[in-house]
Design a protein around this ligand. Sequence first.
Ligand code: URA
Length: 203
Amino acid sequence: MTETLSLAEIAEAIRSCTRCPLHQTRRNPVPGEGPEDARVMLVGEAPGYYEDRSGRPFVGAAGRVLDELLALAGLRRDQVFITNIIKCRPPKNRDPKPEELQACQPYLRQQILAIDPDVIVTLGRFSMQYFLPGAKISQVHGRPFRRGKRWIVPMYHPAVALYRPPLRAVMEEDYRALGKALREWGILPDDAPDSEAASQEGD
Ligand code: URA
């Protein structure tokens, strides 16, 4: 049986990790952040420039898009645990290599054990492949999949809204649907505010 570590212990292990060469080129590892009792966990791809500098996930342009999308689901960032499939920045933001993905996997597994979320939202292809091998994002985005006791919800990576603006409306619809599902599953209260409801209240 795998021992359950606390999030702080996992973060400490990530900070001293030398399991793959990325530890030589990164400035700061990015273990992830959010409450230990979060019911929703978000798993992105890998830290970029600003994440590497700050040691925090999704603090750059994609992070701002993510905050806006989460609001459509009725979620605030401080309610969810956000991490990445790879905890250290690949040089020049290149794709993670299979051996790096494999070396980093134990940390994600430990984080899932520590948090025990009801819902895991994957952001981008590498994260989706880990939970839903063989899935195609264009076919499955926004659709919840039951895996054991959890829901896996594959989403487009928030950066897609920046380099393919026409997809933004589709992504917004996916996050509204996520909010509806979270309410149906009893994870968010029925009256959880989302930005749409908030804007209608002002009408
Ligand atoms: N993109 C990601 O996938 N993760 C981050 O933390 C930042 C950008």
